[in-house]
Design a protein. Structure first.
Ligand SMILES: [Zn+2]
Length: 162
């Protein structure tokens, strides 16, 4: 009886987030709203999960939700401070400076894509936040098709429970 109770409570502390939370440079923001996303992450943080199986990247613990939240918060603050008052062409010139600032924060550096890598969702993430804050679009600099393909893959093996 005691064993069953313990097993139930342990299971309840495992959270499968889907793409609400990832663990690495994998946030596909194409059809989301980053503002609402942050609110959803806040709700997930209150669940007090011990093990978190994210949509992409290695299995983690509850703090990955805080880290993912901090990435979006930092991204929105930076885009708001450096880009929101600028027209798209001028705003675009700020992307690498914002990347460097976020990469300099150890809590969130792993969420920031590498410039020039075949896989770099960062410009698309910046563009999405800029669009949410200003209602204006940045010119196409997307790698969205790649990201959409990644998101159709199954959960990482480490998170599959039998
Ligand atoms: Zn995905």
């Amino acid at each position: 009886m005691m064993t069953n109770t313990n097993a139930t409570s342990v299971l309840a502390k495992i959270l499968f987030t889907g793409d609400v939370c990832v663990n690495g440079p994998y946030n596909y923001v194409g059809d989301g709203d980053v503002g609402k996303w942050v609110a959803t992450l806040n709700a997930a943080r209150k669940l007090d999960a011990k093990i978190v199986c994210t949509g992409h990247g290695p299995r983690s613990i509850g703090t990955v939700l805080d880290d993912q939240h901090a990435f979006f918060k930092g991204l929105r603050e930076q885009v708001g401070a450096l880009m929101a008052d600028r027209a798209p062409e001028e705003a675009k010139a700020q992307i690498e400076s914002i990347r460097a600032t976020l990469k300099g924060n150890p809590q969130i550096a792993r969420f920031v894509g590498e410039r020039g890598a075949g896989w770099d969702p960062f410009p698309a993430q910046v563009a999405k936040v800029y669009e949410e804050l200003t209602g204006k679009k940045l010119a196409a600099l997307m790698h969205e098709p790649q990201l959409a393909r990644l998101c159709s893959r199954p959960l990482p093996r480490s998170c599959v429970t039998s």
